[in-house]
Design a protein. Structure first.
Length: 417
């Protein structure tokens, strides 16, 4: 009896935190990823850069499970009374000091014995041996479904023999322009495929423009619409600056176990990227500027890419550790954080194009007379302004509301997710 009471008391403390956070979480929009995940999988990893709303996503999932449970027929006891509802779902943050003395496997076992079926785990990287413990939970508790949040620099598939065979991985991105418009206008807009946009962009754009003028919102989105923090009543730039520093100090240095003494070099490298991207890389010049070797510089660039601070464009068939053809900031909100330069519209639109197309497609540089090739078959150009001549290939153009032929409104690509 003492052990049962101790178990209930311990779990009650976690459920109080769970209830408080679920009740106060901000979920102003249902993210598209919520419907793309196969929730029947028993071990699901969701990767996402800092600031894109990972915690709120987990709490929104907890709320949905609780609503599903509440909609079930009420169970009766043998005396005909309504049975006490079981607490089947629990959000838990592994930065809780409880986990300095207790294992995740032990905790999961207590949760399962109390009727738990859905364990939603945040701050996974702060728990030692997280991959081994998650594997043991998966193998030991067959009725337990685990969803855990992962930093983008955590290698869940490539180098992880324990989790690679059993984990299903998804990516949570910042707000798309479509999601931003839903938040700003209150109207509903459905996502589009790239093929649909290529073949029907003119009629689709006309239909949307009958309801709103997308260009009235597009510049604001490019400057501060990718991260959910724009919804909060505070300085967006200060919040994003804090997130960028956390990406360096935690996602790169801590998780990659890089010496803290190298932080100034990483910060200087990031500033060089802010000052110059989109650009080709001069590795020798950058290495000299940050006082490190060429190989280390390339590794640092890869770390910034993994932390979702940069995007790297390669020729078809090429990849790291080879030098990319071009480097972009990961999204336009980050690109605008440099106060020592004035971004050109072309810089902004190229950065946006890579960011939105890369979500579901493979994008490369090409030796043909085009800027990009998508999925090895669609050749694209990007232009800030409508050209005076007809485009000979699909061209995303920044300053048009509705396109014609191969001229596609840039904003419409923001409906890809």
């Amino acid at each position: 009896m003492h052990q049962i009471w101790k178990l209930i008391t311990m779990l009650d403390a976690f459920f109080r935190i769970h209830d408080y956070l679920v009740a106060r979480s901000q979920t102003p929009i249902r993210r598209l990823l919520m419907d793309e995940i196969d929730w029947n999988e028993r071990l699901i990893a969701i990767k996402g850069g800092r600031g894109v709303g990972k915690t709120d996503f987990l709490l929104a999932r907890a709320r949905e499970i609780e609503q599903e449970i509440a909609s079930r027929p009420v169970e009766k006891t043998h005396r005909g009374r309504a049975a006490m509802p079981k607490r089947e779902v629990l959000y838990v943050n592994l930065n809780n000091f409880f986990f300095t003395e207790h294992t995740l496997v032990e905790f999961a076992g207590k949760f399962v014995r109390a009727g738990g079926r859905h364990l939603l785990i945040d701050q996974t990287f702060k728990y030692p041996n997280w991959s081994r413990e998650l594997r043991r939970c998966h193998d030991k508790y067959h009725d337990l479904h685990i969803v855990f949040m992962a930093s983008p620099v955590m290698r869940l598939i490539e180098d992880n023999r324990e989790l690679a065979p059993i984990v299903k991985m998804y990516n949570l991105r910042g707000f798309s322009f479509r999601e931003y418009l839903i938040l700003r206008t209150g109207q509903k807009f459905e996502p589009l495929t790239l093929e649909t946009i290529l073949h029907n962009h003119a009629s689709i754009a006309r239909g949307i423009c009958e309801r709103i003028n997308p260009l009235d919102y597009f510049d604001d989105y490019l400057r501060q619409g990718y991260y959910p923090s724009f919804l909060e009543d505070k300085n967006f730039e200060a919040a994003l600056l804090r997130q960028m520093n956390m990406m360096l100090e935690v996602d790169v240095l801590m998780i990659k176990q890089i010496e803290v003494s190298n932080l100034p070099k990483m910060r200087k490298l990031l500033n060089i990227m802010l000052l110059t991207t989109p650009c080709a890389l001069n590795i020798s010049s950058i290495s000299e500027a940050i006082d490190t070797s060429r190989a280390t510089t390339m590794n640092y660039i890869k770390y910034l890419k993994d932390a979702r601070l940069l995007n790297l464009l390669y020729m078809e068939g090429k990849s790291f550790p080879m030098k990319p053809v071009k480097v972009y900031m990961q999204n336009t909100n980050i690109a605008y954080m440099c106060i020592d330069r004035e971004l050109t519209p072309q810089d902004v639109y190229e950065t946006f194009f890579y960011n939105v197309v890369h979500v579901a497609h493979k994008i490369n540089a090409t030796e043909r007379n085009a800027m990009y090739v998508v999925d090895g078959k669609y050749y694209f150009d990007v232009k800030a302004e409508k050209p005076t001549h007809e485009c000979i290939r699909p061209t995303a153009i920044g300053d048009i509301q509705v396109g014609l032929g191969n001229s596609i409104p840039m904003w419409l690509l923001g409906f890809l997710y």
